[in-house]
Ligand binder design. Structure first.
Ligand SMILES: Nc1ncnc2c1ncn2[C@@H]1O[C@H](COP(=O)(O)OP(=O)(O)OP(=O)(O)O)[C@@H](O)[C@H]1O
Ligand SMILES: [Mg+2]
Length: 352
């Protein structure tokens, strides 16, 4: 892996709502390098799609980047106009498979015509070359080349999803943002899609930001991972480091909430409660109300992301109790509410 491709630095994204400014992403930072597969995981509502949309200029009208920066190949892109983003960045540099992408195929147009439309707007390539490129990517995602002239209804759901992936890939972008690309599919099809994503990594040398609530998928297919809880990145690092040595209570509980082929007999964790809806600045740990190990300082400021091992920025966590929480969890010695001084701490596991 080499130069940084995408650098998100201290990014805060908010939505204007009737109740005030809702914070969907709070001071998030991470970098995706060339050729890297980066997974972004977290429960529903944690801000994953908002973060992705802010990169590609696709925030809803009531959304705004309130602070921080997004750099693509060193250039700040968060303030680019709609037309600049469309001309220079979208499809050619960064393509996006939006959440619920099945509905993004136009049912009245052949897939090849949809590709021609995109190709004609974003490149100077002649039509025949655009068709050739689409055929090549159809092949990569396991669709017959001859089917580029099909209408969407002629495909099964899994094939439609692969056609969408092919459309995201055929202009050879540097970075593909795939937001829950397999959610609507059965397990076998999900597995196949990930095989195609792997093939894409090998053959096209593309970087991927893979967004999913299913962290086991990320542990299997990504180089790095960030785990988000209610707008904040709780923990981030190489997949191996986060898998082997998670430090933030949300990170290890979330990890343990999913099956792991390496530990087939383990019981799955249940994280009690729901992520809060956050209005205004988030100047506390957003997991504090659900965390069995919350201490008063967790609510006294947003915990900074700090290296798990001294000076090693490849694995960071935003927990003031990073040096002790995992051991406490493993020994099932979660402190009671009274001991922590917290107000609404949820007790996990068995209590006498
Ligand atoms: N247009 C909007 N206006 C107001 N609030 C919004 C808007 N879009 C999203 N939100 C809120 O922002 C927060 C983050 O939403 P987001 O869609 O980014 O989460 P997510 O992690 O992608 O969830 P999921 O896994 O369900 O897709 C949620 O509280 C959501 O209700
Ligand atoms: Mg989403």
């Amino acid at each position: 892996m080499s130069d940084p491709l995408l650098e998100i630095d201290d990014l805060t994204v908010q939505y204007e709502t009737d109740g005030g400014m809702l914070t969907a992403v709070s001071n998030a930072s991470f970098t995706i390098s060339e050729g890297e597969f980066f997974g972004l995981a977290g429960e529903s509502g944690s801000g994953k799609s908002t973060l992705a949309k802010s990169v590609i200029g696709g925030l809803d009208d009531n959304g705004q980047i309130s602070a921080g920066s997004i750099k693509y190949r060193g250039e700040e892109i968060q303030d680019l106009s709609e037309s600049e983003l469309s001309e220079r960045i979208r499809w050619k540099e960064i393509s996006w498979i939006p959440q619920g992408a099945m509905s993004s195929l136009d049912p009245l147009q052949r897939v090849s015509d949809q590709a021609l439309e995109i190709g004609n707007v974003h490149t100077d390539l002649p039509d025949e070359e655009i068709r050739e490129k689409l055929k090549e990517t159809f092949d990569i995602v396991g669709l017959q080349e001859s089917r580029i002239d099909n209408y969407p209804h002629q495909f099964s759901g899994g094939m439609q999803q692969r056609a969408i992936i092919a459309l995201a890939l055929f202009l050879e972008p540097e970075l593909v943002i795939a937001d829950e690309p397999t959610t609507a599919l059965d397990v076998i099809m999900q597995d196949q899609i990930f095989k195609y994503l792997d093939r894409m990594k090998a053959e096209l040398d593309v970087s991927v930001l893979l967004i999913t609530h299913d962290i086991s998928v990320i542990f299997e297919s990504c180089d790095s991972v960030a785990i988000m809880h209610a707008s904040q990145i709780a923990e981030r690092g190489t997949t191996d480091a986060v898998h082997a040595n998670p430090r933030h209570p949300y990170a290890f509980m979330f990890k343990e909430a999913f099956p792991d082929i390496r530990e087939p007999k383990r019981e799955l964790e249940v994280i009690e409660g729901h992520p809060p809806e956050l209005m205004g600045d988030v100047d506390f740990c957003s997991f504090a109300d659900r965390c069995p190990w919350a201490a008063p300082e967790c609510r006294a400021g947003a915990p900074p992301s700090e290296p798990v091992n001294d000076d090693d920025a490849s694995h960071v966590t935003a927990c003031v109790r990073k040096d002790e929480a995992y051991e406490l969890y493993q020994s099932e010695a979660a402190p009671t509410q009274g001991e922590t001084g917290g107000q609404s701490v949820t007790q996990m596991g068995e209590v006498d």
